[in-house]
Each structure stands twice: as C-alpha cells, then as structure tokens.
Design a protein around this ligand. Structure first.
Ligand SMILES: O=C(CO)[C@H](O)[C@H](O)COP(=O)(O)O
Ligand SMILES: [Fe+2]
Length: 219
C-alpha cells in the first residue's frame, strides 16, 4: 500500500515568520504544502492571494497543493499554474462545468482536485471519478482553520473509496479540516490518502514532532 501523505495547512502558519514555517515543513516528514485561497465570496473569509503563493513557492521544496475556495475558479487556472501549483483543487459547488474545469487544470500540467463541502454527497462525483486526481472531502465548513471535525466524514470516505475501486480509478482521497491524532488513523482505515492539518500542526509546541508522529501513526 502506498504511503499516506501529510499536508500541513499554511493557513495556520505564522505569517510574520512565513519563511521559517516553510523551512520547517521542508525539513519535516510532511509530503505536501496545503495552501488555502479564499475570496470572501465563496467562503466568508479572505486568506491571501497570488503574491503570497509566489513567496511560498520560492522557498517550498515539496508538492504545492492549492485549495481554491473561490467562485468561478476557471478565471485563474493559468495564473495558479504559472505560480507553481502542482495540485489545483476547485470546489464542486463553485463550478458550473466541472468536467471542463478539470480538463483545463490538466491542460496546464497540474493535477486536478475537486473539494466537496460537508453537505455535498460523494456520489455526485461518480460519473467523473476517472477524471479527478484528488477528491478533497471537507471535514469542516470551508473558510476557517481551527474548527471541529465533522464525524459524518468517515462515512463519506468509505463510500468514496468504494466508488474509486468500482471504477478502477487512481484518485487520492484528501481530508481537510479538524484533522488530529484523534481521527487520523480512522480516516486512513476508511480509505484516506492525504491528511491536511493546520492548527493541529502549527498550534502545537513542536510542529516538527507533531508532523513526524502523525505521519508515523498513519503509516
Ligand atoms: O481549507 C481549510 C479551511 O477552509 C483548511 O485547509 C483547514 O481548515 C485546515 O485547518 P485546520 O486543520 O486548522 O482545520
Ligand atoms: Fe484547505
């Protein structure tokens, strides 16, 4: 079985010491940088935008996983490719022509991700599962870090794994929101491949050790 990945969410980093926190992730057992872009329209919060991603990319030496919480993401696919994104994830709820959006992301050389809100059933992705590289199951309502994990997520992971296997797809399952050492193992047992962790990592007294322990716990 392939290694489970840990993706620290930079939303929870110390922005006044961004380079330090990026180097910390570089030197850790983490696999991906998870970058949350919020527009204040799709979600009731604004995080940061292109100049900050550009600065992150200058120092980061791991896969850049960009989670777009913005309306009409097609407008910025090319820009995010130019900024060095490796995985570009759009929200199911923000796309009218999701299949076309995924094709456009791949045409720019990136892996294509689809995030779904807690109220969106995973079954809605079945017909396009072979076109999706990563499904990001939101285990909180998007917009903020530091929220409590929604327990119904386990059921969604199990069902999505079934859909992936039934269709011989190679899609990765990513979980985003409220991930800690309390739910990581059960998520992976249900079929999760990538665990995003923001406040659990950067809010801990020793983020390097927290990442190391989380990675060891799920592998
Ligand atoms: O997409 C997100 C919020 O919309 C973040 O990636 C997520 O909240 C991670 O933060 P935490 O681990 O603190 O819940
Ligand atoms: Fe996210």
């Amino acid at each position: 079985m392939s290694q489970k990945r840990i993706a620290p969410s930079i939303l929870a980093a110390d922005f006044a010491n961004l380079q330090r926190d990026i180097e910390l992730v570089n030197n850790s057992d983490a696999d991906w940088f998870h970058i949350d872009i919020m527009d204040g329209v799709f979600v009731p919060n604004i995080s940061f935008g292109m100049p900050v991603l550009k600065a992150i990319n200058k120092h980061a030496n791991k896969t850049i996983d960009v989670h777009l919480m913005i309306v009409d993401p097609d407008r910025y696919i090319k820009t995010f490719a130019e900024l060095g994104s490796n995985v570009l994830t759009v929200h199911y709820e923000a796309c009218t022509h999701l299949h076309r959006t995924l094709q456009a992301i791949k045409a720019e050389g990136m892996k294509a991700g689809v995030a779904i809100n807690p109220h969106t059933p995973v079954d809605l992705l079945e017909d396009i599962i072979n076109d999706i590289d990563v499904v990001c199951i939101m285990s909180v309502n998007p917009g903020f870090g530091g929220q409590s994990f929604i327990e119904n997520t386990y059921k969604k992971v199990t069902r999505l794994k079934e859909i992936i296997l039934n269709n011989n797809a190679e899609t990765l399952i990513e979980i985003d929101g409220g991930v800690t050492n309390k739910n990581a193992k059960e998520l992976v047992n249900a079929g999760a491949d990538v665990l995003v962790a923001g406040s659990y990592v950067f809010g801990s007294s020793d983020p390097l050790k927290t990442i190391k322990d989380l990675k060891a716990q799920v592998n």
